[in-house]
Design a protein. Structure first.
Length: 177
């Protein structure tokens, strides 16, 4: 099923130079724009707790993805399948997608802060992941795994941050009284 879904999307590649350039832009360069947009949005909110939540969740998610890539050693589609040619060079193992993991964690963390922005960034994460499948550098399961792990890391980090905030607030109140 993974290969069937992969080929469905991969077959859009290598059909049009313009479309291929859009896919490469979305998979390689658009992620930088998304990070800048998230940072700008958070700076306008001017709440350090939110900035820490979003970017530490993303950083922790990337670390988790790197550890999982080391454990699983899944090859990328252009290495595993002889008829697949990626639209751009990529190295390392494929599962889970580091991009999907990071942008999922970023989007879910933003969702905790601002629901509408969270939905927009979830859409961004989805199109980045889809572009990486079309480009032939990830299988759909890599993207799905990245979304799951990124979401779990974000949920866990948000939970820990809430507990620490609660404990710190109660400690301050006890010291103050």
């Amino acid at each position: 099923m993974n290969n069937t879904i992969f080929y469905y999307f991969y077959n859009f590649a290598h059909q049009s130079q313009i479309f291929d350039k859009i896919v490469v832009f979305t998979a390689v360069y658009f992620p930088f724009i998304v990070v800048i947009l998230a940072g700008t949005f958070l700076l306008f909110c001017k709440k350090w707790k939110e900035i820490i939540l979003v970017f530490f969740s993303g950083g922790l998610a990337v670390f988790v993805a790197l550890v999982l890539k080391f454990l699983f050693h899944n090859p990328r589609p252009f290495l595993a399948l002889t008829d697949v040619y990626s639209l751009f060079p990529e190295t390392g193992f494929s599962f889970p997608s580091g991009h999907a993991t990071f942008f999922s964690a970023l989007a879910v963390s933003l969702f905790f802060i601002h629901k509408k922005a969270g939905y927009i960034f979830m859409f961004f994460a989805f199109i980045i992941g889809l572009a990486r499948v079309i480009a032939g550098v990830h299988f759909p399961i890599d993207i799905l795994g990245g979304f799951i792990f990124g979401t779990l890391v974000s949920l866990l980090f948000n939970f820990i941050l809430k507990i620490l905030t609660y404990l710190f607030t109660n400690l301050i109140i006890k010291i103050w009284n």
